[in-house]
Write a protein of this length. Sequence first.
Length: 236
Amino acid sequence: MSDLLRVENVDVFYGDFQAVRDVSFAVPEKEVISLIGTNGAGKTTLMRAITGILPARNGRIFFEDVDITGWPSHKIVDLGLSLVPEGRKLFGRMSVMDNLIMGSYTPHARKNAKTELEKVYELFPVLKEKADQAASSLSGGQQQMVAIGRALMSAPKMICFDEIALGLAPTIIKDIYAKVRELNGNGLTVVLVEQDVKRSLKASKEAFIMLKGRVVLSGKTEDLTEDQVGKAYFGM
C-alpha cells in the first residue's frame, strides 16, 4: 500500500524557538496512525505545518507524491488533506449548518456541498436536528461532531484529528472514536494526534511518539511494548 502522506526531515519554528526537530514519518493510504506525546511535545505544531497553517523552515512534505511544502492551507484542503483542530475552533454565533458549510469553501468541495452535507447528517443525525441552532449552544461532544463534519465537507482523502477527545466524557469519546473507525472503514486515511497512550495505540496500526519536538519511538502498535512507549513518552 502506498503512502498518502510523507513528512521528511521537517523543522518548524516559532520565531527563534524550534518546536519541531527533524521529524520524518509516513502515513499509508487508508490506514490509521497515531502521533502521541505530552502537551508541548510538538504534535499540534507539526499538524499545523503539514496543513499549511505554519511554514516548515526545513524539510519537505508530500501528499500523494505532490510536494506541498509551503502551500497555503486552502490549496492543501482542496488536494484532499483536512484538519480537525485542537479546541474545535467553531464559529460560536453561527448556526451548525453554516459552520458545516464553511468546510466546503474550496472549488472542488463547493460542487458537492449538498451531497457531503447529507453524508455528515447521516453520520451525525443530531446535527441535522440542531442545524439551525448556534454552535455555541451545543454540548462539547456535539461541537466536536460539528468540527469533524466541517472537515468532512471538503470530501477529504485524509483527516488529521488533533486531540478530538480533549475535555469530553468517556462515553462521548467512545462514540467519537467509533465514528472515526467507521470513516476509516469507508476508506478515509486518519492521523490521530493524542496524549492518551492506550487509546491511541488501540485505535491505530502504527504509532509515532514525540518528545520535545522529535519522534523518539515509532513502530507497528502490535510490536510496541508498554514499557517502550512509557519510557519514550516521558523521556526516561
